[in-house]
Design a protein around this ligand. Sequence first.
Ligand code: SF4
Ligand code: SF4
Length: 155
Amino acid sequence: MVALFGGIITNANLEHNDQEETNRCKNCKKCQEACPLKALENDYILNKDRCLSYILQNDSMPEEVKTVSENRIIDCEICQQVCPWNAKHIKQPLNTQMTLTFQKKIAAWEDFFTLTNLVKLTEHNYRKTLGHLNTGIPYSIFYRNVLMAMEHIQN
Ligand code: SF4
Ligand code: SF4
């Protein structure tokens, strides 16, 4: 029930697809049930104003959100993790060059991505180190999220 939209601009002469997609969710509601802020209010409806991924990128941080964000700094994606359709790809990612490159990067980042390292990042180093991730999150908001996550760990 979560949809991510993207687009490709092309002048290729593509065949028109007029077949209706099968509903693969059937009676599953795992994403709705797992969402910590009940942002997936109804089938196929995402209330972005309640979505943690969106809120973590905003200036305003409601008290209710602080209690569920745990160690999340930039994103949430709990709904993606619980979706049965994603499970096999999480366990066994597609064997592509992009996957291999990304896996190497993750391995290299493993030691770096700790709250104690992140809280030490200056604005300059934040841009230099994480700028290529294109999160679009200003340093002040990133830093607030790191402090909030640290508070969670302490409590
Ligand atoms: S990203 Fe998190 S908060 Fe947003 S809909 Fe998914 S589970 Fe809910
Ligand atoms: S968890 Fe996946 S299969 Fe289940 S309802 Fe959500 S999107 Fe559909």
